[in-house]
Design a protein around this ligand. Sequence first.
Ligand SMILES: NC(=O)C1=CN([C@@H]2O[C@H](COP(=O)(O)OP(=O)(O)OC[C@H]3O[C@@H](n4cnc5c(N)ncnc54)[C@H](O)[C@@H]3O)[C@@H](O)[C@H]2O)C=CC1
Ligand SMILES: CC(=O)C(=O)O
Ligand SMILES: [Mg+2]
Length: 372
Amino acid sequence: MKIGCPKEIKPQEFRVGVTPNAAREAVAHGHEVLIETGAGRGAGFEDSDYSEAGAHVVDTAEEVFATAEMIVKVKEPQTAERKMLREGQVLFTYLHLAPDPDQTHDLLASGCTAIAYETVTDDRGGLPLLAPMSEVAGRLAPQSGAWALQKANGGSGVLMGGVPGVRPANVAIIGGGVVGTAAARVAVGMGANVTVLDRSIARLSYLDDVFMGRLTTQFSDKGAVAGLLPDLDMVVGAVLIPGAAAPKLISRDQLSTMKPGTVLVDVAIDQGGCFETSKPTTHENPIYDVDGIVHYCVANMPGAVARTSTIALGNATMPFMLALADKGWKQACADDPHLLNGLNVHAGKLTYYAVGKALGIDVTSPQLVIKG
Ligand SMILES: NC(=O)C1=CN([C@@H]2O[C@H](COP(=O)(O)OP(=O)(O)OC[C@H]3O[C@@H](n4cnc5c(N)ncnc54)[C@H](O)[C@@H]3O)[C@@H](O)[C@H]2O)C=CC1
Ligand SMILES: CC(=O)C(=O)O
Ligand SMILES: [Mg+2]
């Protein structure tokens, strides 16, 4: 199969969808890999690394899209990229369709087959292609939030770890999954006073065991969140209902119950955000103020540490990319129900229920699609 990897064009996105190591494996499996010149540079990979791995370096994204049977990327295709997708072509990347009707309609109109990293599952109930980037974003969240807490950035001027005689920051993390756990590890390490809220008692029990008294766990309901808000310095939003639009857990009215300069870090922004006042921002302009509360809502946080993120993502996607290339998407999805869970769009049909529910679009069963 011809596998194509364009340079990412989302602002300040330095990751790349195919690493030289992944390209080498694909070539060893008999596939042809086309990579746009400079695509790996932001992650520390030169064109020569790809050439040595057996890939063909091409000059333009147009060439990649026109030639490749499968496009492997990182971020959801941008408008210019969506225009280049065609019927029969496979797209393997993050999509986050539930909060993004424009992209959804463009993908349906293109006729392509789009498999979303973030809805591929595993045997343990996890999301193996989201998890590596959630590990990164979770570790970054307290770091970015601590920067936003600084007075010059609009924050309240509270230091995460405090100093002897002055209390540390109070941090609440809503959602104790992969992002939440990684964020808790860093926030606790910085010396903050951390509370993690989740609706899964099993998850709270795990966190209680692992952190051995170094954080507080609390069941997440409206009353619990409202009760914490007046005393917090930072909230990290880290909830997920796979594929679905994120539930809104802090309303605009509630901002007035918080201290001026409190920081909200909405990691769940790629699924629409879990605070009513969240809207996506970029690394170029990551924060904004609503009613005196600082919002950090960067939808591609791992792009900031593109080297680490690219290698971590490439390690996770490679086996799935190879299965899709070796067998063709239909057989690969028929053989692996976890990969089939990644199928969001095929030939003008939406195939993921949570996205259909969020956007009011009819859904065709993915099982039916692969039999067709
Ligand atoms: N902004 C960015 O750059 C990135 C964003 N993300 C996003 O971060 C979010 C979290 O991802 P993961 O941690 O991997 O998901 P996960 O599935 O590991 O964890 C989500 C947790 O949220 C909990 N939850 C669901 N509803 C809740 C509620 N109402 N209150 C409290 N907890 C609730 C679940 O029980 C689960 O433990 C996702 O939206 C993901 O797409 C991930 C990576 C990068
Ligand atoms: C998960 C995601 O959207 C990202 O890593 O950018
Ligand atoms: Mg870019």
